[in-house]
Ligand binder design. Structure first.
Ligand SMILES: [Zn+2]
Length: 277
């Protein structure tokens, strides 16, 4: 999607170029050219990095900071729909989470706590942008991240953060009476898997069975609705928000996997933004 321009690299090649010129000139003639050099500012940081390092201490500041961050992400992907995202105070509705992106009847909403940093807003904005991808782009992104997971190319702590965020949202899609039980069922299913598969692949396998067995938070009015049904509903709002008809081939499993890899992508991009690479 968007990565901040690497500033150190062009600057280094620039001064190397100047050095080559200087040496060439020295070799060609006994006269030294008059060179006025300004040393490169190695401490310069890109504006994305500057934004990711700011801290908002109330809803108004979070809205300003989040709107600027979202605007920069949107400019990097001008072909996507530009539905306005609202910022709302979380009012302690997030449980363990400090922020969340949700799609309600009106559209996309980023819920924020009292104090929130730019990189967390970048994380949530990444969710807001990813859920607007076309079906093909979404499938490509899933394939890319799962391939990286299977060959251990994603840092372990990023995978762990993604696992925790995903488990929270998986739990929230269950019947509230099961909330204490769900993380345990999921974690033990994922880690009793004796294969050498990556953590994301294990979670996919574990949720494949848990989601169809455990009761969900969706009331279907007929029979028993499961967590899988909750993901199916989430897929409907996802494609409504994207402004694209839900593809027939897009199952609750695709929605689950897309939400799971979305966490890894959001943590990875927010970290790069804050660190400036
Ligand atoms: Zn997230």
């Amino acid at each position: 999607m968007h990565s901040p321009a690497p500033i150190a690299v062009p600057m280094r090649s620039l001064s190397f170029g100047a050095l080559v010129l200087l040496i060439a000139a020295t070799g060609a003639s006994a006269q030294l050219p008059l060179v006025t050099q300004t040393p490169p500012r190695v401490d310069v940081i890109s504006s994305d990095t500057w934004l990711c390092r700011q801290v908002a201490t109330n809803l108004e500041e979070a809205t300003l900071l989040g709107t600027v961050i979202l605007g920069r992400l949107e400019r990097a992907q001008p072909h996507l729909s530009t539905e306005t995202i609202q910022f709302r105070a979380s009012d302690n509705r997030l449980g363990e989470a400090i922020a969340a992106f949700a799609i309600d009847r009106v559209g996309g909403v980023i819920y924020v706590s009292d104090s929130i940093d730019g990189s967390t807003l970048y994380h949530e904005s990444t969710h807001a942008m990813m859920l607007r991808l076309t079906p093909d782009a979404a499938r490509l992104e899933m394939a890319r991240v799962l391939a990286a997971d299977s060959t251990g190319r994603i840092e372990a702590d990023l995978i762990d953060l993604a696992r925790r965020s995903f488990t929270l949202s998986f739990t929230a899609s269950a019947n509230p009476q099961l909330w204490g039980l769900v993380p345990m069922v999921l974690t033990s299913a994922a880690f009793s898997d004796s294969s050498t598969a990556g953590t994301l692949a294990r979670l996919i396998r574990a949720t494949d069975s848990a989601a169809v067995r455990l009761e969900g938070n969706v009331n279907k009015g007929w029979g028993r609705a499961t967590i899988a049904d909750a993901y199916d509903e989430a897929a409907n709002s996802h494609w409504r928000y994207a402004g694209i008809a839900r593809p027939e081939s897009w199952t609750w499993r695709d929605e689950r996997t897309f939400r799971l890899i979305g966490e890894a992508v959001a943590y990875d991009r927010a970290r790069r933004c804050a660190l400036g690479y």
